[in-house]
Design a protein. Structure first.
Length: 205
């Protein structure tokens, strides 16, 4: 299955229409659909996306955004979904960062919520795993989740798709798990990933 992976729209819809020109089987949205927005704003943005897509919310989305994802049938937050013989598991929000964004949770909550992750699955989160090439905030501090990294090391998903740290655009590997942060879709960044051979292409409109 060919995935188009985006994250961190922060309410920007400029590049959504251009997805029509990209060839993929499933669009995966890794959170921060809005910029401190509620359900109404999320609903408006999601209505412009080409189907099919699955999504989690980000730390800058209020919790009622999850209700909209559920209504639209695209919610991956604390869900396991089968598509094209692949298993996708998801978790939205992010670990605590000064407690100033709407959807922040503890590391323990992250670990507990991902206890169901299956080996070889595709894990979709907003926050990246700690101490990787994709979680360096301001290219200085590793701001990713320690619990998420522990889950990856224990459960061995085939892919981890994330966002959150804008400066962390790129990829890394934890054991056998390919970790991808596609960068800010608000700036036209996205990634194309094949689940068959885990080939990756980092792109920009």
């Amino acid at each position: 299955m060919n995935l188009c992976v985006i994250a961190d729209l922060h309410g920007t819809t400029t590049y959504i229409s251009r997805l029509q020109s990209v060839s993929y089987d499933l669009l995966v949205i890794c959170g921060d659909i809005t910029h401190f927005g509620h359900a109404g704003r999320a609903r408006s943005i999601l209505s412009t996306f080409p189907a099919p897509y699955l999504a989690v919310h980000g730390n800058c989305d209020y919790e009622d955004v999850v209700d909209v994802l559920e209504e639209e049938g695209c919610n991956l937050h604390e869900k396991t979904v089968r598509r094209n013989n692949e298993t996708l598991c998801g978790l939205g929000g992010a670990n605590y960062f000064r407690g100033k964004t709407p959807s922040e949770v503890t590391e323990q909550e992250i670990y507990d919520a991902l206890s169901h992750v299956e080996g070889g699955s595709i894990l979709v989160t907003h926050v990246p795993p700690h101490n990787t090439a994709v979680d360096r905030a301001f290219r200085i501090k590793h701001a990713g989740s320690t619990a998420l990294r522990q889950v990856v090391e224990e459960k061995h998903p085939a892919l981890l798709l994330c966002g959150h740290i804008h400066e962390g655009r790129g990829h890394d590997v934890i054991g056998d798990t390919l970790v991808v942060n596609p960068g800010e879709f608000s700036r036209g960044y996205y990634a194309l990933v094949s689940t068959e051979d885990r080939t990756l292409k980092m792109c920009r409109f």
